[in-house]
Design a binder for this molecule. Structure first.
Ligand code: ZN
Length: 322
């Protein structure tokens, strides 16, 4: 069975075009990246049964492969491989109830809205899923997704991305575990992990607590592919606290993250927004920021994940410019 699926992976139908890089032999790398991402989610125990959802985790794991090749200059639409893998025989889209015929007749899906209307997720052939759960077979299958589609010089980097994806999951688990203990003002989590592993895991545990909204303005913008605009901000900066405890984090949009880091905005220990008079002294265009003064922030649903009082107090004292 392993050989059968290795061969299937080595014969994926990829669209050729001169606009793709030479390192992918001028072919679209969507499908190998999607399958590598799925394999990472299985390896980390995120996908434990044979059902693959188009989730934030899948999108983020896929994007990490993509960015290795294209950095941030070219954005992928991972919905396309999620949909088009159905032509490979081992990937079975599961229709929303009553949508079976419409899904069968649909030839293209571009946005998360269209996808969710028709599809609940995908299943693999059960035999393939079983193989992907075994470390040895999974590694063989990964090689079948790498060797035929990427030039030799890219292959070590692809292996590193796989390891990084796994490390992010373990670090995120560690952070969740920490959030159930006493919060410490002094460095809490000293970690050998790379900056990117740390910040990705931190974002992953903080932002969903706020339902992908900015805690200040409530903005929640999702792109058609499912990417969200908000960031995880450290309340006591990492450089001072080495503390990625989720309660040392708050979900903020780009503008409010910047104002928070600059000390032009703070959150009091009773979760109220304060805006520095340095903003108030500036022209009336700043009304869009000032309107949130004295308002309560949007808090996570679970009380134990609220921003920590010690951390907020520290930000009020050391970062905020009154
Ligand atoms: Zn905001």
């Amino acid at each position: 069975m392993l050989t059968f699926y290795q061969q299937a992976f080595e014969k994926l139908k990829l669209s050729p075009a001169q606009s793709w890089p030479e390192s992918t032999y001028f072919r679209a790398p969507y499908k190998p990246f999607m399958l590598l991402a799925v394999s990472d989610l299985i390896a980390t125990g995120t996908i434990t049964h044979n059902f693959i959802e188009y989730s934030d985790l899948l999108l983020e794991t896929f994007d990490r492969y993509w960015q290795m090749l294209f950095d941030s200059t070219k954005l992928a639409n991972p919905i396309q491989p999620f949909f088009y893998l159905r032509s490979e025989g081992f990937w079975h889209l599961q229709a929303q109830p009553g949508m079976e015929q419409r899904l069968a007749a649909t030839t293209d899906i571009k946005t998360i809205g269209q996808l969710k209307q028709l599809v609940v997720g995908a299943k693999l052939d059960q035999a393939l899923f079983d193989l992907l759960q075994q470390p040895f077979a999974r590694e063989q299958l990964r090689q079948s997704l790498i060797q035929p589609y990427f030039m030799r010089e890219l292959q070590p980097a692809l292996a590193t991305i796989g390891q990084m994806n796994t490390a992010i999951f373990s670090y995120a688990d560690l952070l969740v575990e920490h959030s159930q203990r006493t919060f410490r003002e002094i460095p809490a989590i000293d970690t050998p992990y790379l900056v990117e592993v740390r910040s990705s895991a931190f974002r992953r545990v903080v932002v969903p607590n706020y339902d992908y909204c900015c805690a200040i303005c409530g903005i929640r913008i999702i792109t058609p592919e499912g990417r969200s605009a908000v960031e995880a901000a450290h309340i006591i900066p990492w450089s001072k606290s080495y503390n990625d405890d989720p309660r040392n984090g708050v979900s903020l949009c780009g503008l409010h993250h910047w104002l928070f880091d600059q000390g032009l905005l703070t959150i009091t220990p009773n979760y109220q927004i304060q805006i520095s008079r340095l903003v108030a002294e500036q022209p009336a265009a700043n009304q869009a920021v000032l309107m949130f003064a004295q308002q309560p922030i949007q808090l996570p649903q679970q009380k134990q994940l609220y921003p920590n009082q010690i951390a907020l107090d520290w930000h009020n004292q050391h970062v905020y410019r009154r």
